[in-house]
Each structure stands twice: as structure tokens, then as C-alpha cells.
Write a protein that binds this ligand. Structure first.
Ligand code: FAD
Ligand code: NAD
Length: 567
């Protein structure tokens, strides 16, 4: 039977494409991979290739015609075969048809964090009648007690360091004092402004916001309990769960009882800068808050159970970062397991097992940052029959749970707990809920750690490539040889490319250096577009910028770096 050539979906939001040029004609023999035609969308031009060997029997969509995603463009088959062409109605793919304007799909979103509020906006854009239920504050962890407040505190800490180091630039400044209350006020004003922005977005998109705790009554109804004690049951066509996560407190003797032993939320709101701080857990939260407080003059000790800090980051660059942190007087203990916590005269005593013996560390405060757990207890998932693994909701790559019409996204999946991942998954869930077909693919997801200098990575680490048995090559460029870095931070840091040996595609990029968290965007795009190292090299990077070091690291992978000797 003849095979249909269909309009591909080139992006999550693509609904149709225009046939710009046929490169094969009716009667032409075609091979798998031959380019049949060119199409354009409002964003890009692309080629459609044949997925089979055969003869191009019939062209259905002529040049200049607009065709919906999955609409039929042509048929390929045996030379003498007759084509049974589908009617327009048969062609219309049910899964991509948008809901009719007069039949609004009723969508509930549980949770107003970066997963939930983005899902709500996308669902409203696609014509859904959206209700968002949030038990606390819009913006979720990210805006209120996560990404944004940590970055405000870090920014203030970095400003202090810059001011202290300004004499190196010939500028003498007198630092009188750090007014911690004003640092806290700055944090609150930034988070408030962003939360108000989200409130405005809800209004602009006609999303109904209910301040209440939602729990399942059945697979399409929710009990919504407000703080004033009132309760109602509401029904929906589709439900997107975005209930996020809360700090995990490990079962270590004394931790829960000790008032000086706090989680990240409390550590962002200390009444005064602590003189000393023990950070339990050398993951992202621990490292970022250690970086912030040490710059404010706190004596910081990090206690990490594993042999390495920052488990998901490239080991070589993590080791470089560790040295830099130690050079700034942050004490770092790895393979160190906290046994118990007790009171002491200055605040808290943490007993740690290192190399078989117990060492006690004392500090004014201890931050417990050993990971987060999903916030799914209030949801009564069982009432709807939603599958989960100890509170971590199980979904497929369309963000669908096992129950039709119920989706879950973000931290409540208990996998990659990042704001941009929650938002990306939110768009996917909303699109699927409103009749489109979208898949979540985490391969372009960058990991960023806001240290000094910044640390970011995307794609495979060298360790992962090795573990997967992939033949790879490494290209490295030290920032000491990059003019802009030299100006900005004395040239501290490295850019590292991991490329596949055979076809030279970019597998991973890792950057330790100034603005690494911004630079990683280009690298994520390269991975998303399956670029080769040559594509990066062929792109002209502006001078003087740190981005030049990204291209130089790509050149180094090909042993043709310009500003360092090639080994
Ligand atoms: P959340 O933001 O947790 O939002 C979930 C919302 O659901 C909450 O507002 C909650 O009140 C609500 N909710 C829960 N249950 C119910 C219910 N039953 N009914 C109604 N409402 C409910 N990520 C980054 O990408 N970059 C960073 O720099 C970064 N820094 C961080 C720093 C810290 C200190 C922390 C703690 C986290 C940080 N994260 C960062 C992680 C990021 O905050 C989360 O990954 C992100 O907020 C997850 O979004 P979410 O929408 O899935 O969940
Ligand atoms: P994490 O998973 O990043 O790190 C926890 C660390 O604690 C690990 O290194 C682990 O080995 C260690 N640990 C666990 N038990 C321990 C124990 N008993 N003693 C000593 N060490 C122990 O978790 P986190 O730092 O709490 O962060 C939670 C989530 O928030 C992360 O998943 C992260 O994605 C997200 N986050 C992201 C950013 C960012 O993107 N910049 C910033 C902060 C937080």
C-alpha cells in the first residue's frame, strides 16, 4: 500500500506549514532520506525527506498550499500502484485539531509555581477555560523561596565582593557596613514584583485563580478547601498537577528538634548574617548558599556524604570549583556522613563521620540541604487512581499520568527539580490537554549553579559519555586566554566540549566562568539542533566576549584552537 508523506511537526507550537518547493516530481524514483520538498513555517524553512524507497506516485499539496501538521503532502509506493487518496475529512488528524472556540475545555491546574502558572497560560492561549488552584502564593517555590530569592542574596553578596576588590581596578571605596535588613527588603521587593507580575498574567489570560488546597475526589473532580474553612467540589475535563516539592529533612538524630538547624527557606531569611554556618549537603542549594554567606563573612563548612560535590555536574570542572571555594576559606568535607546534631553554646554541633572516626563541627547555624521531596500528600492521588512511586507521580513524555485526562509536571515528578524544566513540561501538558501532540525532551535542559564564577552544563558530562560507552573527544579552553574573562574575573575558569568521535556532534558543554549560566543557552541550542562542532566553529562570535571561549573550546576539540597551543 502507498505510504503517506505528511506535514511534520517541527516545534511544539507548529500548527501548519506551507509547501514552498517540490524537489521531486510525480513518477520520480525516491530513496529513503531523499529530500522531497521544502516547507516553511512562520519560524523556519525545513526539508521533508522520504522515509521509504519507491516512486513518488501523487503530489497532494501543491506549492504555496498551507497544510496542517500531519496533513498529507504526497504518496510514495510501487511504480504501478494506484493511490486511494483520502478525503479532507479523513485526513484531518483528530489529535491535532484545536478545540472549537465555542466548546471550551475546562482545565484545572493545581499549583501556581513555574510549572503550574506556565501550563495555565498555555492552556488559556489554546482556548481552555482555566482555573488555577494555589494553596500558598503564586510563583511557587521558585519565586517565593527558591531561584529568585537565592539569586537576590547572591547578587548582593557578589556586589560586596566586587566593592571589596575594586581597588584592584584603581577605584578605592569605603565599605561602611552591610545592612542585612535592607538586603532582605531588596529580596522581598524583587519576589513581590515578580509574584504581582504572575497575578497580572493570570488576569490578562482570563485564568481564574482560587487560593485553596486542592485534593482529588474522583478522576475529574477536585475538593477545593479554602483557608477560611469553606470547601467546594469542582469538576473539570482535564487536570494538570503541578504541586511541586518541599525540603526533605533526613532522619538524623537531633535535626528536627534543633532550632538552629534550618532548611533553605529559613536560611534565606536569617534575622542576621550568621558568624558561622555548617551546610549539610553539597548539592546545588548548599553550594549556592555557601557561596552567598561566605562572601558576607560567614565562616562556612560544607559536609557532603558523596565523594564529589554537585553530583550532576562535570567532575573535572567541579574539582576546579572546589579548589576555588577552598581558596576563599570555605571548608569542604566530602565522604562525610552526618551522624547526629546537638545543641552547643554557639548554636549547633554536628557530629560527622569522616574516614571511620567522628569529628564534631560547631556553628551558629546549620543548613540542611540534602534534597527535596514531592508535595503530593494533600492531593489524595488514590481517589483518582493516579500511579506514583512514594509520592513521585509517574508520567510519560506527554506528561500524561496513568489516568486519562490527568497530567503532572515539574518537581512533583521527583526527577529533575528545576524551574525551566517545570515550565517546559507545563507547556507540553497544556498542549496535550488541549488536543495538540507535544512531547517533553530533556536533552537541551541546562543545569546552572550560581557560584563565583558561575557553573553551567548541558548534555552529557565526560563521566556519562564514558559510562555509556560513547567514543568521544574533549576540547578545552582556559579562560585565562580569553580577553573578556581576563577583564571580568582575572581569567578564572574553563569551557569544555564533549563531542562524538565519529560524526563530531556536540554531546555536552560545561562552562565554569563569568556568565556561564547565560553562555550555556547557545550550547543548549547546539545540542537541540544536533549541531556538529563544525557548526559552532562556523558561527562568528563577537569580540571581545566570553562567547569567543565557547568557539575556541570547539576549535580545541578539533585541535585547531587559535589562542592556546593544541596538544
Ligand atoms: P513549585 O514551584 O514548588 O510550585 C508548586 C506550587 O503548588 C506551590 O506554590 C504549592 O503551594 C502549590 N501546591 C502544592 N500542593 C497543592 C495543593 N494540593 N493545592 C493547591 N496548591 C498546591 N531551579 C532553577 O531552575 N534555578 C534555580 O536557580 C533554582 N534555585 C532554587 C533555589 C532554592 C533555594 C530552591 C529550594 C529551589 C530552587 N530551584 C531552582 C528549583 C525550583 O524552585 C523548582 O524546580 C521549581 O519551583 C519547581 O516548579 P513547580 O511548579 O514544579 O513547583
Ligand atoms: P541536591 O540533590 O542538589 O543535593 C543534595 C546533596 O546532599 C547531594 O550532594 C547529596 O549527596 C547530599 N546528601 C544527602 N544526604 C546527605 C547527608 N545525610 N549528609 C550529607 N550530605 C547528604 O539537593 P538540594 O541542594 O537540596 O537541591 C534540591 C533541588 O533544588 C535540586 O534538585 C536542584 O535541582 C534544585 N535547585 C536548583 C538550583 C539551580 O538550578 N541553580 C539551585 C538550588 C536548588
Amino acid at each position: 500500500m502507498a505510504v503517506e508523506v505528511k506535514m511534520p511537526q517541527l516545534g511544539l507550537t507548529m500548527e501548519e506549514g506551507t509547501v514552498t518547493k517540490w524537489l521531486k516530481h510525480e513518477g520520480d524514483a525516491v530513496k529513503t532520506g531523499d529530500v522531497l520538498l521544502e516547507i516553511t513555517t512562520d519560524k523556519l524553512t525545513s526539508e521533508v525527506t522520504s522515509e521509504v524507497d519507491g516512486t513518488l506516485l501523487k503530489i497532494v499539496a501543491q506549492e504555496g498550499e498551507d497544510v496542517p501538521v500531519k496533513g498529507i503532502l504526497a504518496y510514495i509506493g510501487d511504480a504501478n500502484e494506484k493511490v486511494e487518496q483520502k478525503t479532507q475529512a479523513q485526513q484531518a488528524p483528530a489529535e491535532v485539531s484545536a478545540p472549537k472556540k465555542d466548546e471550551k475545555t475546562k482545565i484545572a491546574v493545581i499549583g501556581g509555581g513555574p510549572g503550574g502558572y506556565v501550563a495555565a497560560i498555555r492552556a488559556a492561549q489554546l482556548g481552555g477555560e482555566v482555573t488555577l488552584i494555589e494553596k500558598n502564593k503564586l510563583g511557587g517555590t521558585c519565586l517565593n523561596v527558591g531561584c529568585i530569592p537565592t539569586k537576590v542574596i547572591l547578587h548582593c553578596a557578589e556586589a560586596l565582593t566586587e566593592a571589596k576588590e575594586m581597588s584592584q581596578l584603581g577605584i578605592d571605596v569605603d565599605i561602611k557596613n552591610v545592612d542585612w535588613d535592607r538586603v532582605q527588603k531588596k529580596k522581598i521587593s524583587v519576589t513581590d514584583q515578580l509574584v504581582n507580575g504572575v497575578t497580572g498574567l493570570m488576569k490578562a489570560n482570563k485564568i481564574k485563580v482560587i487560593q485553596a488546597t486542592a485534593s482529588f475526589v474522583s478522576k475529574n473532580s477536585l475538593s477545593v478547601a479554602k483557608k477560611d474553612g469553606t470547601k467546594e467540589t469542582l469538576s473539570f475535563d482535564k487536570i494538570i498537577i503541578a504541586s511541586g516539592s518541599v525540603p526533605a529533612i533526613p532522619p538524623i538524630t537531633g535535626i528536627k528538634e534543633n532550632k538552629n538547624c534550618v532548611d533553605s527557606t529559613a536560611a534565606l531569611a536569617f534575622e542576621k548574617i550568621p558568624k558561622s554556618l555548617i551546610v549539610i549537603g553539597g548539592g546545588v542549594i548548599g553550594i549556592e548558599l555557601a557561596t552567598a554567606y561566605s562572601q558576607f563573612g560567614t565562616e562556612v563548612t560544607i559536609v557532603e556524604a558523596m565523594p564529589k560535590l554537585l553530583p550532576m555536574m562535570d567532575a573535572e570542572l567541579t574539582a576546579q570549583l572546589r579548589k576555588m571555594m577552598e581558596a576563599k576559606s570555605i571548608r569542604i568535607m566530602t565522604e562525610a556522613k552526618v551522624q547526629s546534631v546537638e545543641d552547643c553554646s554557639i548554636g549547633v554541633k554536628v557530629n560527622v563521620e569522616i574516614g571511620g572516626s567522628i569529628t564534631a563541627f560547631e556553628a551558629e547555624k546549620a543548613l540542611v540541604a540534602v534534597g527535596r521531596r514531592t508535595d503530593t500528600e494533600d492531593l489524595h492521588l488514590e481517589a483518582a487512581g493516579i500511579s506514583h512511586d512514594r509520592g513521585r507521580i509517574i508520567v510519560n513524555d506527554k506528561m500524561e499520568t496513568n489516568v486519562e485526562g490527568i497530567y503532572a509536571i515539574g518537581d512533583c515528578l521527583g526527577k529533575v527539580m528545576l524551574a525551566h524544566v517545570a515550565s517546559a513540561q507545563g507547556e507540553v501538558a497544556a498542549e496535550n490537554a488541549l488536543g495538540e501532540t507535544a512531547l517533553y525532551d530533556g536533552k537541551t535542559n541546562p543545569s546552572c549553579v550560581y557560584t563565583v564564577p558561575e557553573f553551567a552544563g548541558v548534555g552529557l558530562t565526560e563521566e556519562k559519555a564514558k559510562e555509556m560507552g560513547i567514543a568521544y573527544e574533549v576540547g578545552k579552553f582556559p579562560l585565562m586566554a580569553n580577553g573578556k574573562s581576563l577583564i571580568m574575573n582575572g581569567g578564572i575558569g574553563t569551557v569544555k566540549f564533549i563531542i562524538a568521535k565519529e560524526y563530531k556532534e556536540v554531546l555536552g558543554v560545561h562552562i565554569l566562568g563569568p556568565r556561564a549560566t547565560d553562555l550555556i543557552g547557545e550550547c543548549a541550542l547546539a545540542i537541540g539542533m544536533e549541531a556538529t562542532v563544525e557548526d559552532v566553529i562556523a558561527t562568528i562570535h563577537a569580540h571581545p566576549t566570553v562567547t569567543e571561549a565557547v568557539r575556541e573550546a570547539a576549535l580545541a576539540a578539533e585541535k585547531r584552537a587559535i589562542h592556546i597551543p593544541n596538544k
